[in-house]
Write a protein that binds this ligand. Sequence first.
Ligand code: GLU
Length: 443
Amino acid sequence: MNHSGTGHSGSAQASSEQPHFYQASEELYRGEMFDNTIKILEEAGKVINCDPNVLTRMKRPKKAIIVSVPVRMDDYTVRTFTGYRVQHSSTLGPYKGGIRYHQDVTLSEVAALATLMTFKCSLLNLPLGGGKGGITVDPLKLSRTEKQNLTRRYTSELGTLIGPQVDIPAPDMGTDAQTMAWMMDTYSQEIGFAQPGVVTGKPVEVGGSLGRNGATGLGVVFIAEKGLEKLGKKMSGTTMVVQGFGNVGSHAALYAHQRGAKITAVSDVSGGIHNPNGLDIPDLLKYVAEKKVVKGYPQSEPISNEQLLELPCDVLAPCAMENQITEANAGRIQAKIVVEGANGPTNGGATKILHERDILVCPDILANGGGVIVSYFEWVQSLQYFFWTENEVNERMRQVIVGAFDKVWELKTEKKIDMRTAAMGQAVRRLERAMLLRGLYPR
Ligand code: GLU
């Protein structure tokens, strides 16, 4: 690419000075998932021959906010939690990404997830940047009132650092549509009028979009179908294993089941359940609605989360936490395709092992993109006060995600690389062009 006239590239000292500057930020954000994300970025940058100055900027979040969140608990004591919002890039549009409530949330993890959001939105051709938020808290230990108090105070601490033109949160692990309704209400109360465009993943009654709740799971199924197609297979009759039975995993299992796939195992925090003849997913959903966990489901045998990953199947969909498939177990994975419903479930070393073993890994920024695609549709609908049908939402989402798959496949085939590097390569390419066109301010 010819960078001349774009204002901030091509400096002779660039590459020799980069490592020194990078050290500082590396210390700030250092952590397993962040380091892993940076490695993928560097590799992808090499593949597409990215401008070194631009690549350095891509490795650093633009802004990181840390807030203390005091919460009145049900027993009238006050506990102060720590919340984060990392705003990685706004080159392509407002920061966009979920809010995670989990006991292991750290600045480093949130920074890694924010970085992935930038490249997810870039790959999917959305007019959005990347961000992520989180609070270090076990949401299962909070009552509904405590969770509401926590959410409202966190939102108010962020103040105008979020907003429909600035940064648009959404649900992630441990948060849901109700959490977004509280965020939307708090923000609206503070500015004095209803502003549904400040968050996505809201309930439909307060300006949410039809199809948003199941969107990430549906996107996982669309990508699984594309992967299977490349292997000359169809969804109907294939076997699928799903790790995680939260919003993403349960919808992926349901939509795959509806398309004739046999879901032989699923799991959640309580452990896994296995039935080689296929689980009755609609019936399992009723069981989980009542018991809260998959454990003890009658027509199944218990299985551990580790064993579940190693079951023979056509499609393995890790839809839970990061770092589930590593160098330690990648050699034992027996799936033909891995479709990453979670963010960062397979680390860099494992990606290489699976690639060498000819297992097709459809990476997170592609495979779980259904959620943010429909978030984008929701944001547009919220700003226009004009709403689409569920079929319109699903069909438009399918077109975007399948288009991205084809783009990734093209680069993978051209450069003979794995899908993760190819997805990141395409994402870096779009962002690089935009950064060079916008130029460096002041200059
Ligand atoms: N938390 C989801 C993700 O990781 C959705 C983000 C959004 O819709 O903004 O992609």
